[in-house]
Ligand binder design. Structure first.
Ligand code: BGC
Length: 269
């Protein structure tokens, strides 16, 4: 995604490393709900604004630290964003796995130069080194690719990765989608679940998705509310889709200030 987002996590990651106690709130994030719906956040204190209705079962912040306290019924899912998080990863993940996280998310948009930026073969090697060792303790989600189309981009990148990482213990596929229509979204997610099925992966996670028109941070529009009312029941009915997170739990997106925006209300009802 757009570069300002990259910089905001770079800052978070830096402060997490500077504060060794940053992970101490990781306890007690046990999964209790069965909802597929998640909160993608940067500010943990805002997650409550979406989760109070009981429909948010999990959350992630593109990071290996919660960076604050999440509501107790929300499962924190750590992500190994990319090479910038290799330092500190093993210690952080051991702590989380001992305290209720059941999944690990792989690299963020390795098929984009402004994000994790990895070839599928480098990603397979890093995955084997940093994530596969936890396959007995957690379910392992693949890197999350964009819906870009082309050689070694999007689902093509993913296929190459899965072909190189047959021994990696991956159990779920992750994808992102940004686009303009519900039909296009459903087509893309269907392609992703078909690819997952081909590789015997029972789960597909859509860890970022949004209408392009909703990305300017203008408060969650009527268009995105209509979009969510269309695609959420569809996602919930797809047996191959186990979790998803609309972009994102923050002001100007699913929230307006700290209250649900128009799209936020659609997301939690
Ligand atoms: C970036 C993350 C960032 C998030 C929200 C993602 O695209 O990779 O670093 O935290 O957007 O801003």
């Amino acid at each position: 995604m757009v570069s300002f987002k990259y910089f905001s996590t770079a800052l978070l990651a830096t402060s997490a490393l500077a504060l060794p106690h940053g992970h101490t709130h990781a306890h007690a994030h046990k999964r209790t709900g069965t909802s597929k719906r998640g909160a993608a956040y940067n500010d943990a204190s805002l997650v409550q604004s979406l989760s109070s209705g009981g429909l948010i079962s999990w959350a992630y912040d593109w990071n290996m630290y919660t960076m604050g306290t999440l509501p107790s019924e929300v499962e924190f899912v750590p992500m190994l964003w990319g090479t910038k998080m290799f330092t500190g990863w093993f210690a952080a993940i051991q702590t989380l796995l001992g305290s209720g996280s059941n999944y690990i998310l792989g690299f963020n948009e390795p098929d984009m130069s402004s994000q994790a930026a990895m070839s599928s073969s480098d990603a397979a090697n890093y995955y084997r080194q940093y994530i596969s060792p936890f396959s007995g303790q957690a379910k392992l989600v693949s890197p999350a690719v964009t819906n870009g189309v082309g050689s070694d981009v999007g689902l093509d990148w993913m296929r190459n990765f899965l072909n190189s990482c047959t021994d990696c213990g991956v159990t779920a596929l992750a994808v992102h989608w940004y686009g303009d229509s519900a039909d296009d979204f459903k087509n893309f997610v269907t392609q992703a679940t078909e690819l997952a099925a081909e590789y015997n992966l029972a789960e597909t996670w859509v860890t970022e998705f949004a209408l392009n028109s909703d990305l300017a941070g203008q408060g969650g529009t009527q268009a995105s509310s209509d979009f969510l009312n269309d695609v959420l029941p569809w996602l919930d009915a797809q047996t191959g889709v186990s979790r998803y997170a609309y972009f994102m739990c923050g002001d100007g997106y699913l929230l307006s200030g700290s209250e649900p925006s128009l799209s936020g209300k659609a997301y939690i009802s």
